[in-house]
Design a binder for this molecule. Structure first.
Ligand code: NAD
Ligand code: GLY
Length: 398
């Protein structure tokens, strides 16, 4: 079914990702119907100085059925030369084989460095196209048009691009920033409910890392805090999407501007590692259940609650703070997350010991919340007994 896209909104929000080296700074333009403004936005932000170029649209089969005609027609109407490369839907498209076929498409279309690879879709399409854009002729122009909530708040921003290799997720990748991100919030209306909630979990994560993401520089108040904003909108979050998405992008932009390439060994919880709150738990559940059983965001929702309970046991946050987070997750239908089967706690701990962030063999490393809420610490001294207690607490709550 082809979707009719909402007319462009008058209230577009722009977030700037300010990176060292002025030409690398890029805008994220957010709003309902903004897809219709794509030719103009490309002209202003990508084809500067009245130059034009070709656009290779990369999308997946599902998104192609919904939004491809709109994008192709609007570009063609402005005389932009386009071609389209459609990949299968889902994680199976993030492979070296699809990448190789995408290079073929770039070659056949005669893409030059000033031409554009445009990702129209979720994080899968964004990661695959971004890696192709980064490497074809050592880098051509890259534009992200994210159509999932997760991609609008996370994967389209910050320049991580990759494909999977054998059984290793994102094994072949690099950092390559887009020139422009266009997030049409009307696209979220067609997203399946499970995918929306998975994206919402990553959005809540931003509210829970806000102080760290801002580099601890600006003290938050009840009036300015993103978390308070979430608590106020509660289950009406979907009606406030453009402003919530803009908030998430502002926080990610602040983190990426400080730590673009993730200083991995750093203990500084204001670096890119802060985006991993809840992720040590989340990756263990995803891996234990088999990739694809849980959506990543569902696993993140589990991991966020467990991170706050662990921090409560370690006296990093008060019980009141942990309860506050539980209430919010409950209101948003993100707690508890039902599991098709319960992995054993031993299996989960063993998987956590293999987490990429762990520095010592067989160690454990967590990004944990600390009061005041929004602040974080990186901790590799957590006793395993506390981790087990938290896993069991969650399993009893299901
Ligand atoms: P996805 O790209 O597979 O999209 C999820 C599903 O939604 C797909 O079936 C897709 O066809 C469908 N879809 C997309 N837009 C739609 C719309 N508007 N209406 C209806 N259906 C739509 O998954 P995702 O959750 O967007 O992204 C997950 C990927 O992102 C993973 O590969 C992950 O590794 C990656 N990721 C990357 C980063 C990064 O920083 N680069 C961050 C987080 C995740
Ligand atoms: N999604 C984590 C990051 O971009 O660093």
């Amino acid at each position: 079914m082809m979707m009719t896209v909402t007319p462009p909104s008058t209230s577009l929000q722009t977030v700037s990702v300010a990176l060292a080296g002025c030409p690398r700074t890029y805008p994220i333009i957010i709003g309902a119907g903004v897809l219709n403004n794509l030719p103009l936005l490309l002209k202003i932000h990508v084809f500067k100085n009245n130059q034009s170029g070709k656009v290779l649209i990369v999308t997946d089969k599902t998104v192609a059925g919904l939004y491809l005609n709109t994008v192709e027609n609007s570009l063609k109407a402005e005389g932009v030369l386009t071609q389209t490369f459609v990949v299968p839907t889902g994680e199976i498209a993030k492979t070296a084989d699809q990448l190789s076929q995408l290079y073929e498409a770039c070659h056949a279309f005669g893409i030059s460095r000033r031409d554009v690879v445009l990702a129209l879709g979720g994080g899968v399409v964004g990661d695959l196209s971004g890696y192709a854009a980064a490497t074809y002729y050592r880098g051509c122009q890259f534009v992200q048009v994210p159509t999932t909530l997760l991609a609008q708040v996370d994967s389209s921003v910050g320049g991580k691009v990759a494909v999977n290799f054998k059984d290793v997720k994102n094994a072949i990748g690099t950092f390559y920033q887009p020139s422009l991100v266009v997030a049409d919030t009307a696209c979220i209306e067609t997203l399946p409910q499970r995918e929306r909630l998975a994206g919402l979990a990553e959005m809540v994560k931003y509210a829970l890392i806000e102080q760290a993401a801002l580099g601890n520089e600006t003290p938050l108040t009840a009036e300015t805090s993103f978390l308070a904003h979430y608590e106020a909108v509660g289950s009406n979050w979907a009606e406030n999407l453009p402003s919530l998405i803009a908030n998430c992008c502002q926080l990610k932009a602040a983190v990426v501007a400080r730590d673009e390439q993730e200083s991995a060994a750093s203990d500084d919880a204001t670096g890119r590692v802060c985006l991993n709150l809840g992720h040590t738990f989340a990756h263990a559940y995803e891996s234990a259940l088999g990739y694809g059983v849980l959506l990543h965001g569902e696993a993140v929702a589990i991991g966020l609650m467990q991170a706050f309970w662990l921090a409560e046991r370690l006296h990093l946050v008060s019980t009141q703070t942990a309860n506050r987070v539980q209430n919010l997750l409950e209101t948003l239908n993100l707690f508890p997350i039902a599991l098709p089967k319960l992995p054993t706690v031993d299996e989960l701990v063993a998987l956590m010991r293999k987490d990429k962030k762990v520095l010592k063999a067989d160690g454990l490393r967590f990004v944990l919340p600390t009061d005041p809420i929004g602040s974080l610490v990186v901790d590799d001294t957590v006793p395993v007994a506390d981790v087990i207690a938290v896993l069991e607490r969650y399993h009893h709550a299901i």
